[in-house]
Design a binder for this molecule. Structure first.
Ligand code: BG6
Length: 483
């Protein structure tokens, strides 16, 4: 009797995007320049450019008024296509749409005292359009971007001052959209801050490893405080709000049963769970004290910070899940706590065209681990396959590989639900093709909806339903029974 047989009623099926990857309209209606819009497109797809920003490259980007090298400035023009795109989401039966608000549309410089009405009005139009179809918005407050001016002025999140700037932004949008949005996420993949610029908005190129680690974990501390304060602020504005954290989950396995490898994997798992430990439990876990001591990191805390973390625990835990990694004791020394992308090959798994190891069972393991450790509702807010889709001569996309990837992950999610995990929803990544976060390519496609645009920005921007579109429509219609 107590065993669930499938996804609960009201399960939030949908898709997820981020402003800087879909919107375009980078200089429209008073919007300020963002950190995402100074990141150059990668020349090689294995080469992540997200954190490669230096003072010089930033200056060059500011002087460049075109989108040629900066595809996140053009996105897929959701800014002008949002009605058409939302209608397509509705046709698939979406219950939820995860999206982010570009902070710089609302506060172009970040430290402005008054918000930009044209920016606020844009998101009103988007939320109203979603409401027409009963699609619940799930809004990320900070998804890999911030007003660039805050980087120039105070090196982004490295400065404690940014907390106040952020809270002015969150107060504005919480208040404005309090009757239109119920689900909020504070920081996308908050662990990315320990990789540098994209998460931290702080330029640390040229610094020593030790200095980088210091600046990244200090930036992270400021985000933890900002997130905890935003949770309290939001609940005051509307007690019905559900505000969650968001982690890039890296499920880790030991390379062998050698206890040293098992321990190395446990340690790298802790390095990943540290962020949710803070945001769900409301305090820094002890094992991080040792890490900080060994890496010469001193987190500057102000009196009251610990109480803020305690009082600002999140209502639910959301995460992205794309792949798993393998760790061995031999290589553990090469891995820093923040370097979560490092991993070894798993001989049992296949990879995507970009080398990401595909592991549906890992999603179930992750869900069970989270539920055991935290006992808060879980939400898979990203999962998907980046692939080079080919348009056939008659204008179709036969993406059976994508259906296969998603089906296998949803199957495992259902197993976790049967195990008793409290799962709120599933918003797969990139329901419509968009600009890649890591490489700024267009040709790394995730969507059910194909967008006619190439890596250089040529194309009609026409939207085309792929085979997976119909498949997902059926999945939602049957609440995940017909996969
Ligand atoms: C997550 C991000 O890291 O993965 C998204 O939150 C991103 O913004 C997604 O797009 C997929 O990564 P990529 O590099 O393939 O776009």
């Amino acid at each position: 009797e107590n065993v669930p047989t499938g996804f609960k009623d009201g399960f939030l099926w949908g898709g997820a995007t981020a402003a800087n990857q879909v919107e375009g309209g980078w200089n429209r209606d008073g919007k300020g320049l963002t950190t995402a819009e100074v990141v150059r497109k990668a020349d090689d797809r294995k080469n992540f450019t997200m954190s490669d920003v230096t003072k010089e490259s930033m200056a060059e980007a500011i002087a460049d008024k075109s989108d040629e090298h900066y595809p996140k400035r053009r996105g897929v023009d959701f800014y002008d296509h949002y009605k058409e795109d939302i209608a397509l989401f509705a046709e698939m039966g979406f219950k939820a749409y995860r999206m982010s608000i570009a902070w710089a549309r609302i506060f172009p410089q970040g430290d402005d005292q008054e918000p930009n009405e044209a920016g606020l009005a844009f998101y009103d139009r988007v939320f109203d359009e979603l409401a027409k179809y009963n699609i619940e918005p799930v809004v990320t407050l900070s998804h890999y971007e911030m007003p660039l001016h805050l980087t120039e002025k105070q090196n982004g999140w490295a400065s404690r001052e940014t907390i106040n700037d952020f809270l002015r932004f969150t107060k504005t949008v919480f208040t404005r959209y309090q009757d239109k949005v119920k689900y909020w996420l504070t920081f996308n993949e908050i662990n990315s801050t320990t990789f540098g610029f994209t998460g931290s908005g702080a330029i640390d190129a040229g610094l020593s490893e030790r200095e980088k680690t210091q600046i990244r974990y200090q930036s992270l501390h400021h985000q933890f405080i900002a997130s905890a304060l935003a949770v309290q602020q939001g609940h005051k504005i509307n007690p019905e709000f559900k505000i969650g954290s968001m982690l890039a989950r890296m499920q880790t396995y030991p390379a062998t049963p050698n206890p040293d490898d098992v321990r190395a994997a446990q340690q790298s798992d802790d390095a990943n769970l540290f962020f949710t430990d803070v945001q769900v439990r409301g305090e820094y876990p002890e094992y991080m004290n040792r890490f900080f001591a060994e890496h010469g990191v001193k987190i500057a805390m102000e009196p009251g910070d610990e109480a803020i973390l305690k009082a600002g625990k999140v209502d639910f835990l959301s995460f992205s899940y794309y792949m798993s990694t393998v760790t061995s004791a031999k290589h553990a020394g090469d891995t820093t706590m923040g370097n979560l992308v490092f991993g070894e090959k798993n001989p049992y798994l296949q990879t995507s065209e970009w080398g990401w190891q595909i592991d549906p069972v890992g999603l179930r393991i992750t869900l069970n681990t989270f539920w055991d450790r935290y006992r808060v509702p879980l939400f898979v807010v990203e999962n998907g396959l980046g692939a080079e889709d080919k348009l056939t001569a008659d204008g179709q996309v036969h993406d059976s590989y994508r259906i296969d990837y998603l089906r296998r992950h949803i199957e495992q999610m259902k197993e976790a639900v049967k195990d008793g995990v409290d799962l709120m929803g599933y918003t797969m990544w990139g329901p419509i093709d968009l600009i890649s976060a890591s490489t700024s390519e267009m040709s790394k496609r995730y969507g059910f909806i194909y967008v006619d645009q190439d890596d250089e920005g040529n194309g009609t921007l026409k939207r085309i339903r792929k085979d997976s579109f119909k498949w997902y429509q059926r999945v939602i219609a049957t609440n995940g029974e017909d996969l």
